[in-house]
Design a protein around this ligand. Structure first.
Ligand code: CP
Length: 312
């Protein structure tokens, strides 16, 4: 890939909040170029040959961790992986000590997932490396929002003017906030749908519509992004039972086929089949769930490549 003429306005990727619409368009355009690259027989480019990246995960992940690692390897970076569960964190080592020890090994970038909101921002103020937020608690998951926007753009040619419904556990979801910010910056309309208890009161201040009736939300939208119920982040019961939640907010084939138009179904994963979405919808021609995963590699390549251009 040639030297980038355009640059991101930020040194780190901590949240969509910090990106301008121009930044997002630059990432999506760069990702489109990388998607062509990874579909070639020779999938590797030498762009990050001199860069070492640490993937530091204090929370479980399948898609994000693997796709960051693959993106880094496709760009020829040196990669080290750190999982808190098998590290000296269990012996009481702090976040800053952990990361500074990793940096002492001459690491240039840290990709971090952490259960605490703001962990990436905190780290960026205390260590001398570029930080990429791979999900911080219920706050932001910027690369998920970017790959979701990329996938919508791929389906429709443009995100502007599209109507996107985000359905499910909005309260505990970092995907929801990052998606709302990203889609709005690109000119989409956003609606959130779910039980009153799972929709935070501040959400209307972000300029999104709120709907508690699943069918009305589906009739309104072009794209439905179905979110998982995050039981691991719930300290109290927000609804009587998963069965009842599924009856009111679960998307099944009968509901989908009752609509008078074709809509696109997305899900960030992991899916709880039979709760927020049935298998016949998740695996149907309406679903672009695995396209999202595939696009995640190209989008993360774009993010890493563009941030590397900001190194001093
Ligand atoms: N979408 C997502 O963040 O999935 P993982 O938790 O598996 O990374």
């Amino acid at each position: 890939m040639a030297e980038t003429a355009q640059q991101l306005s930020t040194k780190h990727l901590l949240g969509i909040k910090d990106l301008s619409a121009e930044d997002i368009h630059l990432i999506l355009d760069t990702a489109a170029t990388f998607k062509d690259v990874i579909n070639r027989p020779i999938k590797k480019v030498p762009s990050l040959r001199d860069i070492t990246i640490a993937n530091v995960f204090f929370e479980n992940s399948t898609r994000t961790r693997l796709s960051f690692e693959l993106a880094e390897k496709r760009l020829s970076a040196d990669v080290i992986n750190f999982a808190a569960s098998s590290s000296s964190v269990s012996k009481g080592e702090t976040l800053i000590d952990t990361v500074n020890n990793i940096l002492a090994m001459k690491v240039d970038m840290i990709v971090m997932r952490h259960p605490y909101p703001g962990a990436g921002v905190f780290l960026s103020k205390h260590v001398d490396a570029q930080i990429i937020n791979a999900g911080d608690g219920a706050h932001e998951h910027p690369t998920q929002a970017l790959l979701d926007a990329f996938s919508i753009r791929e389906q429709y040619g443009d995100v502007a003017g599209k109507k996107v419904a985000i359905i499910g556990d909005i309260l505990h979801s970092r995907v929801a906030l990052s998606n709302i910010l990203c889609l709005q910056k690109l000119g989409a309309e956003v609606l959130v749908c779910g039980p009153t208890t799972l929709i935070p009161k501040y959400i209307t201040s972000l300029g999104v519509k709120v709907e508690h009736d699943l069918l009305k939300a589906l009739h309104w939208c072009d794209v439905a992004n179905m979110l998982r119920i995050q039981l691991e982040r719930q300290d109290i019961n927000y609804f009587p039972s998963l069965r009842e939640y599924s009856m009111l907010y679960g998307l099944n084939k009968t509901i989908l086929e009752s609509l008078d138009k074709k809509i696109t179904i997305m899900h960030p994963g992991p899916i709880n089949r039979g709760v927020e979405i049935t298998s016949d919808v998740a695996d149907s021609q309406h679903s672009i769930i695995l396209d999202q995963v595939q696009n995640g590699v190209a989008v993360r390549m774009a993010v890493l490549y563009l941030l590397a251009g900001k190194r001093v």
